[in-house]
Design a protein around this ligand. Structure first.
Ligand SMILES: *Cc1c(COP(=O)(O)O)cnc(C)c1O
Length: 408
């Protein structure tokens, strides 16, 4: 297969090539002024990204993981607390919880949206916990640890079903934080509030990552917390900068977790294009939908409920013969990814939590069946047609094999 026909999983080169002059200009002016950390460009990016997310505040930090960790600490999660998230996520969600001193615990995801299942959350809160009225907190039965926060993840760029999650958070006095690291610009229709709300504006705070491959990516590491709470924003500004309120006056012990000025100026440039990139991702997603929609094939396409406007960070299909399909696509020069091959509760890093196979069946099935197809603003219709053709060629085999097996 010639390289000309190959389709990369994610084409970061073209996007940066198109913006090369603008991006180099940002770097040049940083060199000329030698302003590398903090300063007006960081503040300007924070203003613009807060406006983009429809929040009052944005605090730029070093990564999405920093953003999650600082949001957890600043919102009042304490060492020894339990924080709930989903097993179907990147490990950073779990790491941030542990690094805030808390214990990660999980509720399974919904079969169709692949995000936190509000019914399973409700069941967990009602059956795995009891209410301690002295603490005004739920306590997890098996560990005796107070449950203080929930972190739904807007995975693959699709918002989690936030209304019922927010209702439960209110009912049980839980801090609600969004992992919006894959969901820049995604929208959710809230029945509660009767309006569309943006990812990053629905919890007490939200974490964003600007890792280069994300929908809004820096040319290095970067992240941000968004919030409407001025006190929370102030605490996070302190945490990212060694806990200082001004130079060498440290109110608490903090971290080195700042957003640097070069990344901020790169993000300011790219933010102007984000809506256009999102539009192109949505078009590509609906084109895949048309190309791959076929009752004869054993392929499950992403499901977007009426209340969601996803931003398709990833385009994830489910297939039973994933390894075979991946191999076939790779031979055809088509890049794919698996997000994620092992659910968090079965990762070796979380052995000590004591979970085993069968505890979160939906996440476990997904880890065997999900396949991320090439996706991004640069993906062309011709490339998508090639991908679809190769996918259908491979998944087509399955019903035939089943028929043959049945006949034999
Ligand atoms: C990327 C990502 C993170 C972590 O962001 P970094 O910037 O890489 O630290 C956290 N959660 C999810 C769901 C992510 O996709």
């Amino acid at each position: 297969m010639s390289a000309i026909n190959s389709v990369p999983f994610l084409d970061l080169v073209t996007a940066h090539h198109n913006l090369k002059d603008e991006l180099c200009g940002a770097f040049r002016s940083a060199i000329e002024t030698a302003s590398f950390i903090g300063g007006p460009l960081v503040e300007e990016f924070e203003r613009q990204f807060a406006a983009y997310c429809k929040t009052d505040y944005c605090v730029g930090v070093g990564s999405g993981t920093d953003a999650l960790r600082f949001a957890l600490i600043a919102s009042g999660v304490c060492p020894g607390d339990t924080v709930l998230t989903v097993p179907n996520s990147f490990i950073a969600t779990g790491e941030a919880i542990s690094q805030a001193g808390a214990i990660p615990d999980f509720v399974d995801v919904d079969e169709r949206t692949y995000n936190m299942d509000p019914l399973k959350l409700k069941e967990y809160l009602e059956t795995s916990c009891y209410w301690n009225s002295a603490l005004s907190r739920l306590v997890v039965r098996r560990s005796g640890s107070p449950l203080t926060a929930i972190v739904p993840v807007h995975l693959y760029g699709q918002p989690a079903d936030m209304d019922p999650i927010a209702d439960l958070a209110e009912q049980y006095n839980l801090i609600l934080l969004e992992d919006a690291c894959q969901a820049h610009g995604a929208d959710y229709f809230s029945e509660r509030d009767g309006c569309w709300k943006r990812a990053g504006s629905m919890g007490m705070a939200a974490a964003f990552s600007f890792y280069p491959g994300k929908n809004l990516g820096a040319c290095g590491e970067a992240g941000a917390v968004t919030t409407n709470d001025p006190e929370l924003a102030r605490k996070i500004r302190m945490l990212r900068d060694h806990g200082q309120i001004r130079k060498y006056y440290h109110e608490v012990e903090g971290y080195n977790g700042r957003l640097d000025a070069i990344q901020a100026s790169i993000l300011l440039i790219k933010l102007k294009y984000l809506d256009d990139w999102t539009l192109r991702r949505r078009k590509a997603a609906s084109r895949y939908g048309e190309l791959l929609d076929s009752p004869q094939h054993e392929i499950m396409l992403p499901y977007q409920p009426d209340w969601a406007q996803a931003v398709y960070h990833l385009f994830v299909v489910c297939v039973r013969n994933r390894e075979q399909l991946m191999k076939q696509l790779s031979l055809a020069g088509i890049g794919t990814g698996i997000h994620y091959p092992i659910p968090l509760h079965l990762q070796r890093a979380y052995n000590h939590l004591g979970y085993s196979n069968g505890d979160f069946p939906v996440s476990e099935r997904l880890s065997d069946e999900v396949l991320s197809l090439p996706m991004g603003p640069e993906l062309t219709a011709a490339q998508q047609e090639r991908v679809a053709e190769e996918v259908l060629k491979s998944v087509e085999l399955r019903p035939l094999m089943c028929a043959a097996a049945a006949a034999g």
